[in-house]
Design a protein around this ligand. Structure first.
Ligand SMILES: C[S@@+](CC[C@H](N)C(=O)[O-])C[C@H]1O[C@@H](n2cnc3c(N)ncnc32)[C@H](O)[C@@H]1O
Length: 267
């Protein structure tokens, strides 16, 4: 019995971008207290390995353009589990409230009277910033940072505030952007950013197989559309990319030779 009744509860937990050391203590405690874990595709194996033995796991992982478990069914699943008295850890990649639909799930649960609590996660932008040493803001280079989606609902055309985004002193971090990156680069240049404006591309950020590439808007715009990528991809666009240090740059250039990154950006 939980909460003095037969009703369970749901922990909405951010698992971070992959490195298990980026998990918060609160998130770890909630994972250990749950009796069922409902997790996404982006939650790394290293994090899933922290789930205690004997705890039920339900994989509702979504692949781009392919949704094995639609969102409304995930909402219903969480509600049903909690109504049956289960203590549910809803484990999501990065932070559940940054392009994570955590607030949609929370709204459905709250409407049903189910207690919800949150553990924030390190969002991909922060994880990648730390793993590469590239800051998101920096005096003289970036006075603000914006997290932007590169993908629209049901593959509708991207309709972003291009005028507002195309500022040299703003760092743009594009999530879910690989399929539309040519278009995004083109729009940003059309709205005033120079073609040599730097871009850092990071695949599998913070994971043992992290890959990086330094490029610029002009180069991105000329690449073929990308169909397949070997993992989640984040684009950091802005002058801060110039701060990737010598060592990081040398490493990045070596990683640039990696076949999977050639596939991402060189078609
Ligand atoms: C649906 S969004 C979820 C974002 C997540 N809630 C967060 O806060 O990081 C998925 C996108 O996040 C980015 N992403 C998540 N984890 C990543 C990682 N380890 N490396 C690079 N990009 C990542 C990618 O752009 C991916 O397409």
């Amino acid at each position: 019995m939980l909460n003095g009744s037969n009703q369970g509860e749901v922990f909405l937990i951010g698992a971070g971008p992959g490195d298990p050391e980026l998990l918060t203590l609160k998130a770890l405690r909630m994972i250990q207290e749950a009796d069922v874990v409902v997790h996404d595709r982006l939650v790394s194996k290293a994090i899933l390995d922290l789930i205690p033995d004997g705890v039920e796991r339900i994989d509702v992982g979504k692949k781009p353009n392919h949704h094995p478990v639609p969102q409304h069914k995930i909402n219903t699943l969480l509600k049903d589990l909690a109504e049956r008295g289960r203590r549910v850890a809803r484990l999501k990649g990065g932070d559940p409230m940054v392009f994570g639909r955590g607030s949609e799930e929370a709204a459905v649960l709250r409407d049903a009277g189910i207690p919800v609590s949150f553990a924030p996660g390190i969002t991909a932008a922060q994880g990648v910033s730390a793993s590469t040493g590239v800051p998101l803001t920096h005096r003289g280079l970036a006075t603000s940072v914006r997290f932007v989606t590169g993908h629209c609902r049901a593959d509708m055309p991207l309709d972003l505030d291009w005028d507002g985004l195309a500022h040299v002193d703003t760092t743009l971090v594009v999530y879910m952007g690989h399929a539309n990156m040519q278009h995004i680069a083109g729009e940003l240049m059309q709205h005033g950013l120079p073609s040599d404006h730097p871009v850092l591309v990071v695949v599998n950020g913070t994971r043992p197989n992290e890959s990086r590439l330094v490029t610029h808007l002009g180069a991105l715009q000329t690449k073929r559309a990308v169909i397949a990528v070997p993992g989640p991809v984040l684009f950091i666009i802005g002058r801060v990319v110039s701060l990737l240090d010598g060592e990081g740059r040398a490493e990045t250039n070596a990683i640039l030779q990696a076949p999977e990154l050639r596939q991402v950006l060189h078609g």
